[in-house]
Write a protein that binds this ligand. Structure first.
Ligand SMILES: Nc1ncnc2c1ncn2[C@@H]1O[C@H](COP(=O)(O)OP(=O)(O)OP(=O)(O)O)[C@@H](O)[C@H]1O
Length: 296
């Protein structure tokens, strides 16, 4: 484990390093009277995703060598680290999009193939089918699963009832704004009721205003569904705002530099990023990042 430089034990209590699991999430998130979500009472697994001895090289370029990590269920985990350290590769490997050279990945003891996994790509323009209306993009995974039309409609209705979606779902993707298209992508990912949702820089192609609103939207979805989410971000503010835990990675061959617990109440609006504790946590993550990104 490579955990260093505890800045302030009081501020950063509960931080864990590689291989550790931490106290975990709610069976469903609870809303306090003031609208903030309270931490979970019980019910979710402390070790849900188990990554053991994972190795991946591209030619001579070793990205992961004997990489081990465990992550809890029902948490939002952001992945942050130096350029090219393997953030996308990590989620591609553990979501089954990319084969690995060695190691194993289990979800509560199940293989990747036995687990309901969804993925939201950075480039929604390429991810959505342009010839399908938005509603049919959302429907598509259910069709692939072989559900009858009636069952598809019921599932979509159930999903949409959970969220306030101000989008004309009869519109084609090109008729929607970037944020609306990415919302459709996220709904499509959620329609199968995934156990884990991977998001690779989902908002990086959006303008800042849309990004802020999508950060709020994703939090609503997370608080409503309690789905375990792993989010790759290039933006440290976003990585801290949208996480119960920030997974900080080193340069290649990539290890866990540190896992920082973000013990702030949900939801976290734009004002949350000015909160002194938020600023402390972000500044701690930045120090770890700078240490790991420094040329050696
Ligand atoms: N399909 C591939 N074929 C060859 N090399 C690859 C492939 N995918 C990733 N790599 C290499 O693996 C390393 C890690 O790439 P990856 O995209 O996972 O990093 P990242 O941390 O997500 O990068 P960035 O910060 O630029 O988004 C890089 O050196 C990249 O060139």
């Amino acid at each position: 484990m490579n955990v260093t430089a505890m800045l302030n034990a009081r501020k950063h209590t509960g931080r864990t390093g590689e291989g550790d699991a931490t106290p975990v999430a709610p069976s469903s998130r609870q809303q306090a009277a003031d609208g903030t979500a309270t931490p979970p009472a019980s019910g979710k697994r402390q070790t849900f995703i188990t990554i053991e001895g994972l190795s991946k090289s591209f030619g001579r370029d070793v990205v992961y060598r004997d990489f081990t990590l465990s992550l809890p269920e029902g948490k939002m985990i952001s992945v942050f680290g130096p350029n090219g350290c393997g953030k996308s590769t990590l989620i591609n490997l553990i979501s089954g999009l990319m084969p690995f050279d060695a190691g194993r990945v289990l979800y509560d003891g199940k293989t990747i193939a036995q687990t309901r996994i969804s993925y939201v790509f950075q480039n929604y323009r390429e991810a959505l089918f342009p010839w399908f209306r938005s509603i049919d993009n959302i429907r598509y995974p259910l069709k692939i699963m072989g559900l009858k039309r009636r069952e598809q409609d019921a599932r979509i209705e159930e999903l949409l009832a959970d969220f306030e979606i101000n989008i004309d779902l009869n519109a084609y993707p090109y008729q929607l704004s970037g944020g609306q298209q990415q919302t459709v992508s996220i709904l499509r990912a959620l329609v199968t009721d995934p156990e884990v949702l991977f998001l690779d820089e989902p908002f990086s192609a959006l303008d800042y205003e849309m990004t802020l609103s999508m950060r709020e939207q994703l939090q609503k979805i997370f608080l409503k569904t309690g789905t375990t989410m792993l989010l790759v971000s290039h933006d440290l503010e976003e990585a801290v705002q949208l996480a119960d835990k920030v997974l900080l990675l080193t340069r290649r061959p990539t290890r866990v530099a540190e896992i920082v617990d973000i013990d702030l109440a949900w939801p976290r609006g734009t004002e949350a990023v000015a909160d002194p504790h938020f600023v402390d946590l972000k500044s701690h993550c930045l120090k770890v990042f700078q240490r790991e990104a420094a040329v050696r």
